[in-house]
Design a binder for this molecule. Structure first.
Ligand SMILES: NC(=O)c1ccc[n+]([C@@H]2O[C@H](COP(=O)([O-])OP(=O)(O)OC[C@H]3O[C@@H](n4cnc5c(N)ncnc54)[C@H](O)[C@@H]3O)[C@@H](O)[C@H]2O)c1
Length: 285
């Protein structure tokens, strides 16, 4: 199946990015948020981002109009009934995602594929609450989705080959480089990345080095584009904590046991760029 119409659920960092990527690839996008005002705000945000690209000479005005014309915002799940693929990108909470998959299964057409953008959660758990476990996969974009080239295609035990093939084709059509991975917590990237991020917080908590020196060291010493604490702020500390908890839950490896400081910052609502304050202060920028 070639994906011509895609539904995107969730109006956070990732939902917006995935919608932009798909619409730019010429695919029709139905963006669904729980509130119409939030869904409309996402489209306004997309318009702003595209207008900036036009101003910088990176996008033609006609392209901006065409991309926006492919995006519809809604609060009504039923508006996704005719989608070939739905990419769920709501909060990293398995109970919430399972509930949504149950609902989606009743709404979308019989041959539609349901995908999750989860960073770590078991895709099989979402597949088995539907009556189409063969048509459920993970499609894990990276942040920011319009810039990052990788997509992990996550294959739960129940996924059919043609489902995996269709979603791989979708990722390629979006200009991404897909890799296939088994349904294991953290897939490839986060399973390897999160012990490093967690240990950076531990190092800060221990007073081994300052925030700036930890980030400077990893940029200068490893040629990483940003340091681990800045990266945690970009990902979001709540999402990062949910990722570590899911990894620890699956593997019981102490490297995945979230450092207490991270948990406390999440309790304090210091979630990263999205709340303005975390390891860094974004409120003045
Ligand atoms: N942040 C990242 O770097 C990153 C990267 C790749 C994948 N992901 C994954 O993408 C998904 C979304 O993450 P994000 O960073 O965009 O999060 P976010 O916090 O920016 O957005 C979460 C969205 O979920 C919605 N939401 C919250 N509770 C809900 C509920 N009960 N029902 C329906 N919607 C609800 C919120 O309104 C919001 O639109 C998660 O599964 C996350 O693991 C995140």
């Amino acid at each position: 199946m070639t994906i011509k119409r895609v539904g995107v659920l969730g109006s956070g960092i990732m939902g917006s990015g995935i919608a932009e990527v798909a619409a730019k690839a010429g695919i029709e996008v139905i963006l669904r948020s729980r509130k119409q005002a939030t869904a409309d705000a996402m489209v306004a945000g997309l318009d702003k981002s595209l207008t900036k690209q036009v101003d910088r000479g990176k996008l033609a005005e006609e392209e901006r109009t065409a991309i926006l014309g492919r995006v519809t915002a809604t609060a009504n799940l039923h508006d996704l009934h005719d989608c070939d693929l739905v990419v769920e990108s709501v909060v990293e909470d398995l109970a919430v995602k399972k509930e949504l998959f149950k609902e989606l299964d009743l709404v979308v057409k019989d041959d539609a594929i349901l995908a999750t953008n989860t960073s770590t959660l078991p895709v099989i758990e979402m597949a088995v609450v539907t009556d189409r476990p063969d048509k459920v996969v993970g499609v894990h974009f990276f942040n920011p989705a319009p810039m990052m080239s990788l997509v992990e295609i996550v294959r739960p035990l129940t996924a059919a080959d043609d489902t995996v093939a269709a979603v791989t084709e979708f990722a390629t059509a979006c200009g991404k480089d897909p890799v296939e991975v088994k349904d294991r917590a953290g897939f490839i990237v986060n399973a390897l990345l999160f012990p490093y991020l967690n240990n950076a917080v531990r190092m800060l908590e221990n007073g081994t080095a300052t925030r700036d020196d930890i980030d400077t060291a990893m940029k200068g010493g490893c040629n990483f584009p940003m340091g681990p604490l800045a990266l945690l702020d970009l990902v979001g500390l709540d999402t990062s904590l949910a990722i570590l908890d899911a990894l620890y839950d699956e593997f019981r490896d102490p490297n995945y046991a979230a450092v207490p400081a991270l948990r406390r910052m999440v309790s304090a609502g210091q979630l990263g760029r999205k709340t303005g304050l975390s390891f860094y202060d974004y409120s003045k920028k």
